[in-house]
Design a protein around this ligand. Structure first.
Ligand code: RIB
Ligand code: CA
Length: 312
């Protein structure tokens, strides 16, 4: 049984990932830690609460950090909608966020049950970095740490061509996190943007999901319409990219991975086109302790099946 703590900036693909996790028979969603990223914290908290109502499970939502540690960075409302869930008006009806800060909740849960929780970070790493500064032993208290972030050969998706959004939004936080796992000697299970692009979701699969016509598939269809339109305009084709669902699929079923490489990854903090870059020591030349198991390929059929399970 995977006991999941999900650090998230919903976000359309975050929502898809959470639906996938909530529907998996061998996983429980123990908490959602909201962070500012795709849209501001006020929206990501409200969206987390709305998603909890859609999955109809009693999952606590904790509000975390609104802004990056040092420099404010662009959001991704142009992809996810101004409200972060496609601007279709999904708002929580009854649920409220907990009073405890997300970083403190993460530390409390990890200390209450050392080695039991899998932390899945699918937004900027600000909350995790703050938790690490409060308790540098956090890495040894987690069962696993799965991260959606980075671009391991610098093919990014932001205005800074070499950087992926979650890292670029808060590079200092990412640096703190990646260095902490290097010092601990553990491996971050890293699902990057390039792997996301290699596992794009084709139109016929999306149409099949829309045809399910269940409350969750209608929720998915509604919130993803703007994102699909953006992809259609930007890339000239009808498909979806499930960055966060791909990371969640690895968290839920690690044996879905068919190819991975262990390497040292560091986060660049400076440079016109390098700030936020995840520099990967492919040649194993820097002599530093590898800190990432870089997920390169997964079984796509199983990936799509896990997403579909979340929409039924
Ligand atoms: O680059 C993709 C990541 O940025 C995903 O987590 C998406 O939700 C956005 O946060
Ligand atoms: Ca996200």
């Amino acid at each position: 049984m995977e006991k999941l703590i999900i650090d998230t900036d919903p976000g359309v693909d975050d929502a898809e990932a959470i639906l996938m996790a909530a529907a998996h028979p061998n996983a429980t969603v123990a908490a959602l830690l909201a962070v500012g990223g795709n849209v501001g914290l006020e929206h990501t908290v409200r969206n987390s609460l709305a998603i909890v109502e859609v999955i109809e499970q009693d999952v606590p939502v904790y509000a975390g950090c609104d802004k990056p540690l040092v420099i404010f960075q662009e959001d991704a409302a142009f992809v996810h909608g101004q409200d972060g869930l496609g601007d279709v008006g999904y708002v929580p009806q009854t649920r409220q966020a907990e009073a405890e800060h997300a970083a403190l909740a993460l530390l409390r849960m990890a200390n209450e049950a050392p080695g039991e929780y899998t932390l899945v970070a699918i937004g900027p790493l600000t909350n995790v970095a703050v938790a690490l500064k409060l308790d540098p032993t956090l890495p040894e208290k987690l069962k696993r740490f799965v991260v959606m972030g980075g671009a391991v050969t610098s093919q990014g998706n932001t205005s800074n061509v070499s950087a992926e959004f979650n890292i670029y939004h808060d590079p200092e936080a990412a640096h703190v996190v990646f260095e902490a796992w290097e010092n601990y000697g553990g491996l971050i299970e890293l699902i990057d943007w390039e792997a996301t692009m290699r596992h794009g979701i084709p139109e016929e699969v999306i149409q099949r999901w829309h045809a399910l016509d269940t409350p969750r598939s209608r929720f998915y269809k509604d919130i993803s319409a703007k994102t699909m339109e953006f992809i259609r305009k930007f890339m000239g084709r009808t498909m979806m990219f499930g960055a966060d669902p791909l990371a969640m699929a690895v968290a839920l079923e690690p044996d879905i991975v068919t190819k991975a490489e262990v390497r040292h990854v560091s986060v660049e903090l400076t440079g016109m086109y390098t700030r936020g870059q995840t520099t990967t020591d492919w040649g194993q030349r820097n002599g530093r302790t590898p800190n990432c198991n870089i997920i390169l390929e997964v079984d796509s059929d199983r990936f799509f099946a896990l997403m579909e399970q979340g929409l039924k």
